[in-house]
Ligand binder design. Structure first.
Ligand SMILES: [Zn+2]
Length: 179
């Protein structure tokens, strides 16, 4: 996963589980390997209970997962924790879909509020009026110009396309992984 993706994951974690647990996730993301809660506590120099509390928080939201084995000597369960990358990818993908939906709604609104204006008179004309007058000001004949919202529309259009491509790519990748 890229640094950009890591940053997205951490941003989302901060929102859902708070900064302290997100910091622990950051540590696990760097580590990329399994680790027990005891080992984690030692490495971070904090109490095992504190580490466990954060791990449970993170696992509730699907950020980490664990497997347990029985210790032969003590017959106690040992939990090995790792970042739950598959689950996180799903969460990120769903978030991207949500953002895409919102952008599309905004885009429709921007599209409906498309304006042209005369730079001489500073009068605004809507799309129909501009068309009727062949994109010339009916008052002074100056060529009409796009109102600023055209820039916003283009920005949204670009952002929507980019998100759609990302979602498509990641959905395909997810499917391939399952096969
Ligand atoms: Zn004019």
């Amino acid at each position: 996963m890229s640094e950009k993706t890591d940053a997205l994951i951490l941003e989302l974690a901060k929102e859902l589980v708070g900064e302290d647990a997100a910091d622990l996730l950051k540590y696990l993301l760097k580590k990329r390997s399994e680790i027990t809660d005891e080992e984690l506590a030692k490495e971070l120099n904090v109490k095992p209970n504190e580490v466990r509390k954060k791990l449970y928080l993170l696992s509730e939201q699907g950020f980490v997962t664990s497997r347990k084995t029985k210790d032969k000597d003590s017959s106690l369960f040992i939990y090995y924790w790792r970042v739950n990358l598959d689950q996180i990818n799903d969460v990120l993908l769903n978030r991207k879909r949500m953002i895409l939906d919102k952008l599309k709604i905004r885009y429709e609104q921007e599209k409906d509020s498309l304006f042209y204006f005369c730079p001489q008179d500073n009068i605004k004309y809507n799309m129909d009026e501009a068309l009727e007058n062949e994109f010339k000001c009916p008052k002074c004949g100056s060529p009409l110009q796009y109102y600023e919202s055209e820039k916003a529309r283009q920005f949204l259009e670009q952002k929507i396309k980019q998100l759609e491509e990302e979602i498509e790519k990641e959905t395909k990748r997810g499917k391939n992984n399952n096969n």
